[in-house]
Every structure is written in structure tokens, then in C-alpha cells.
Design a protein around this ligand. Structure first.
Ligand code: SAM
Length: 237
């Protein structure tokens, strides 16, 4: 059975969007995953088809109504774990992406305006997930990011399976930098070791660069990595 992406949104026309092209698009055409977007507005009950209302307590903007979103959720429930895209959610990580990609699929709820009425998360088994510490205009682009990250891990989707496990974050480190021909470009050379043909030396160089770059670019990741306790030149802080 294919991995299923079910999306609840006010803009179903945004799906699959860019995921209809390239690797994800090919996988979609091959039936490795399915993408079904439902319009939350179809579950509004008043004659204006309202999905939002003013914030309790006052303030700017509008809030997505829990009753309308819950009705959309209940009508489309299919047993896949449900996540609402919100800036207040648990940060999306490669570990969570792997977990989701290994399951039957995902149901994603895309917010708009000021976000969802909080009672939605009390009344339904819907977790919140954030794609980063910045504010988007809506959850749709965040959902596309999450789906892209999951779909590329599905069986048969990526050409070289190893490229999935060697990448940044999989080992807790950033990936080493890459180079390709020409060997010289604008006076810049590919590091000699990468042209040596010595696989052990190449692997050692790559690991060392991963460590160095993680330490300098992402000290937050480095501090959580077991090598951070290492007092060797590559591990010393
Ligand atoms: N008032 C909200 C706040 O300050 O936390 C921001 C609402 S934002 C303008 C509208 C919608 O975009 C959110 O409900 C959410 O679905 C989505 N969104 C915005 N930033 C996001 C992020 N970093 N991660 C996931 N979803 C996000």
C-alpha cells in the first residue's frame, strides 16, 4: 500500500504543487505515495462558509474555528498520525521525518490567519510540528517541506539508497562539503585527498570536515554529539 499524505487546508490547489515534479513527482506518478488535499471550508456550517472568527480576548487577526477544523478532520480520518503545522510545535527533525516515513503516511493540518483554536489539540489526537523559528503566511508550504523530507525516504524513491543515510543530521553531524569537476576552477582546487583514490583517507577527511563544520556552524548540534566530549584536535572545543 502506498504511503498516504492527507492534507487539510483552505488552499487544496497548493498540493502536490512543487512535489508534483522531480523525485517526489516521479514517486507520485509511480504510486509510491498518494497526496489528497481536502478543503476545510467544505465543513463550514453557516451560509457564509466561515472557517474563522475573531480572537477571544481581543487582538488582531482571525482564528481558525475548532469545530469546523475538527469536522474536516473527523470526515477525513484514515488512521495516519495527524500533525498541525504551527510555529509553536515540536521542531521537525530528521529523526521525526524518518519515523513518519516508516509509517503508513501522515495527515497534515495547515493553519492560516493567527492559527488554530487551541481546543482542537485538546479534543483530537493532533500533534503540533514547526519547520523552524520564523513565521510563514500559512501551513501549506510547511506541509510541503515535511512531505518532501518524508517522500524522498520512501522505499524505491531515491536512486542511491546510501545518499539518504550519509546526509547531514543522519549521524548528528552536518555532511562534509562536496566537489566535482573541473579540478581547478577560478584558481580554486579540489582538495588533493579527494583525488588521491585512497578511500580510507577520503573517508577520514570527510569525517573530520563533518566534525569541524558542525562544531563551527552548528554548535547546538555539536554539543549533543558524542564526539564533543572527545579532546582530540577534531573534538576539542
Ligand atoms: N500567530 C501565529 C504565531 O505567532 O505563532 C502565526 C500564524 S501564521 C501567520 C499562519 C499559519 O502558518 C500557522 O497557523 C501555521 O499553520 C503556519 N506556520 C507559520 N509559520 C510556521 C512554522 N514555522 N512552522 C509550521 N507552520 C507555520
Amino acid at each position: 500500500m502506498s504511503w498516504s499524505a492527507t492534507i487539510l487546508t483552505l488552499y487544496p490547489e497548493m498540493f502536490p504543487g512543487p512535489l508534483g515534479a522531480a523525485i517526489a513527482g516521479r514517486a507520485l506518478a509511480e504510486g509510491r505515495w498518494t497526496c489528497t488535499a481536502h478543503n476545510i471550508r467544505d465543513h463550514a456550517t453557516d451560509k457564509h462558509r466561515s472557517v474563522d472568527d475573531t480572537p477571544a480576548g481581543g487582538g488582531p487577526g482571525m482564528v481558525l474555528r475548532a469545530d469546523v477544523v475538527a469536522a474536516a478532520f473527523d470526515a477525513t480520518r484514515n488512521g495516519t498520525p495527524a500533525y498541525a503545522l504551527t510555529p509553536r510545535g515540536r521542531p521537525l527533525t530528521q529523526a521525526l521525518v524518518r519515523e513518519l516515513a516508516a509509517g503508513p503516511g501522515v495527515t497534515l493540518l495547515c493553519g492560516r490567519f493567527e492559527g488554530f483554536d487551541e481546543r482542537l489539540f485538546e479534543a483530537r489526537a493532533i500533534q503540533e510540528v514547526s519547520i523552524g523559528d520564523y513565521i510563514l503566511s500559512g501551513g501549506e508550504t510547511a506541509a510541503l517541506v515535511l512531505l518532501d523530507a518524508c517522500v524522498r525516504l520512501l522505499p524505491g524513491v531515491m536512486g542511491a539508497p546510501l545518499s539518504g543515510v550519509e546526509e547531514s543530521f543522519e549521524s548528528g553531524l552536518l555532511e562534509h562539503p562536496h566537489y566535482t569537476r573541473p579540478a581547478q576552477w577560478e584558481g580554486l582546487a579540489i582538495p588533493e585527498v579527494l583525488r588521491s583514490g585512497d578511500h580510507a583517507k577520503v573517508a577520514a577527511w570527510r569525517l573530520e570536515r563533518s566534525r569541524m563544520d558542525t562544531r563551527s556552524r552548528r554548535p547546538d548540534l555539536w554539543q549533543r554529539h558524542p564526539d564533543a566530549a572527545d579532546q582530540s584536535p577534531s573534538g576539542a572545543r
